[in-house]
Design a protein. Sequence first.
Length: 307
Amino acid sequence: MNYTLNQLQIFLKIVQTQSVTKASKELNLTQPAVSIQLRNFQAQFDIPLTEVVGRKIYITDFGMEIAVAAENIINQVYAINYKTLAYKGQLTGRLKISVVSTGKYVMPYFLNSFMQQHSGIELMMDVTNIDKVVKSLENNEVDFALVSILPTTLNIEKLDLLQNKLYLVGSAITKFKNGIDTKEIFKDLPLIFREKGSGTRQTMESFIERNNLSVLKKMELTSNEAVKQALLAGFGYSIMPLIGIKNELNNNELQIIPIKGLPITSTWSLIWLKGKKHSPVATSFLEYLKKDKSQIVHDKFSWYEQY
């Protein structure tokens, strides 16, 4: 046997995602590179690790056993690295955070200085939709989650970080006047929706239902970035978080359409399971946020106040 740590990590990610394509994206590698490493890893075993039926990859029973062993080996390697740094008096370990997709515009600013202060910490941040974020928290797979809609099914504690504002947004080409009739404008505007399971989608649908609006659904897209690009291309309009469109507003590529009932406001909150016993790394991060969050908001999000 002459497999590498890199091959173990790649195989484990394929098992976790059940897909070579998804594994390559999460590892920031090309799909051919992942396929080559999987093939080289498989060549060291006489028993198949995977099988392909149709276009879908399946992990064999033997492959699952190898994945468990691979995870144990990788964890031991991390433990060696952590112990080396700890011996030098540095804070070490993993910080695992699950973030709703729009939270990618928020969380890095609350992490940056902390990570710079503690180079021995490994950050694992998963950016996904609200359903998967809540699931990872429920399964105790992460230390914290960043959400703008608090889950009602879990017993949690929270630390509020930043206000979240959602506006009706579209291309800056067409001009709108103040005082537009909300029901009338939604009849004519083609709306672009996020996918089901998205927090932005839930907020948008709640606004539509609460105001008894008749809407023209144009399309459904799987990320706020995709929605933004569709708006820039003039495909339609959407209710979007302000946090992700700063540059486009400043460049007059997108505009906020002034209608009654908007913005919708909520709060970006860091949440965790009530009673969770935090690791030293997670405890240190929480203490850092409680101390410095106001300064971070002042330094990085002061532009928010003009909207």
